[in-house]
Design a protein around this ligand. Structure first.
Ligand code: FAD
Length: 308
């Protein structure tokens, strides 16, 4: 289903994946029974929209080390202060999972907090204007002394980095699906066009230089399918390490950009025109190399896990 949605509109899957996958998934896995009951049914049915706030203006790849958003204990609750940016669904979300440094008893550790829209001090920006995934609203979250009850600390407090890294792994695992949908559609369009478009008195697919492009695109697509359907192809659940998950994200993100750009090339001038869809797929695909940790962060994480 995810691949089909991405073939038609990647942005829808980005927004849906964050609300249903990241936010509902985080609450389901780590929330208290009361938090799960309060939020998960609405998030799963789509009645409630969720946003997942980790990135800050000064804390992207170094999301943990450079985080400045804080949560300060105050009576029977916490007071959140800081700012998040590039947050999918932020402009319209009903509930936010906000990561903040909890300063308690002189110690600091990063914890997720549930913040509802309408809580005094919480503001969100308008949707940012951006290169692609236009159907997925991205924005900033401003937290100006936002007071929340202690019951909104996710799970009553979760183990620091391992928890956040687990969620990031889940996000990275979703990117091959999205990437495959975008690339599959671009390849389909390019192949069809190459059979229909005639130059020098024959379809351009007869030219070996065009065939080479198609063959290379197809090779990348096959590998993307292998990453995405590893379980299905093996006929069992394939255990995946963090390095495996990051390798899938790294490979499929880059392959989606490559295939969609090659599709533009095969369509020639038409490929550059909005009407022919492939340029939109290419703009959407670039996000696969940035969101959920950039290419470089995948490379560093893979290497760290291999040599440790
Ligand atoms: C459309 C969109 C939606 C998003 N949705 C969300 C969301 O819902 N929630 C959320 O929390 N975040 C979200 N993000 C943020 C995303 O995860 C970050 O943009 C990403 O992690 C990179 O951070 P940055 O943009 O600050 O880049 P930076 O960290 O500033 O990186 C800039 C460049 O430096 C490179 N770089 C950084 N550190 C190193 C290093 N150690 N070695 C080598 N190269 C390095 C990077 O690879 C990159 O090329 C979204 C981003 C976009 C564009």
């Amino acid at each position: 289903v995810g691949i089909e949605i991405a073939r038609v509109c990647g942005g829808v899957l980005v927004s849906y994946g964050v609300s249903y996958g990241q936010v509902a998934g985080t609450i389901r896995k780590h929330g208290t029974p009361a938090q799960v009951e309060r939020w998960v049914p609405g998030l799963m049915s789509g009645e409630i929209i969720g946003a997942w706030g980790l990135t800050e203006p000064g804390a992207g790849s170094d999301a943990f080390g450079s985080m400045i958003t804080t949560a300060r204990p105050d009576g029977d609750g916490f007071v959140l202060k800081g700012q998040k940016t590039f947050i999918t669904n932020a402009p319209y979300a009903d509930v936010f999972v906000i990561y903040a440094k909890l300063v308690e008893n002189g110690a600091r550790n990063i914890q997720p907090f549930l913040v509802e829209r309408g809580t005094p001090g919480l503001e969100t920006s308008k949707p940012f204007r951006k290169m692609g995934t236009h159907s997925s609203p991205t924005g900033a979250v401003y937290l100006d002394d936002v007071r929340i009850p202690r019951a909104n600390l996710l799970g009553g407090g979760v183990k620091e980095r391992d928890h956040v890294k687990g969620r990031l792994s889940d996000e990275r695992a979703g990117i091959p699906t999205l990437s495959l949908g975008l690339a599959d559609r671009a390849f389909e369009l390019a192949l069809k066009y190459s059979k229909e478009r005639e130059q020098f008195g024959q379809p351009i697919c007869n030219f070996q230089l065009v065939q080479r492009r198609l063959a290379r695109m197809y090779g990348l697509l096959c590998n993307m399918r292998n990453f995405t359907f590893a379980d299905f192809l093996a006929g069992r659940k394939v255990p995946m390490s963090v390095a495996d998950i990051c390798a899938g994200k790294l490979y499929c993100g880059e392959a989606a950009t490559e295939i969609t750009m090659q599709a533009i090339h095969i369509l020639g001038g038409n490929g550059y025109m909005e009407e022919y869809e492939v340029e939109r797929l290419a703009r959407d695909a670039k996000l696969m190399e940035l969101g959920g940790g950039t290419t470089e962060i995948q490379e560093l994480t893979i290497a760290r896990n291999l040599i440790q």
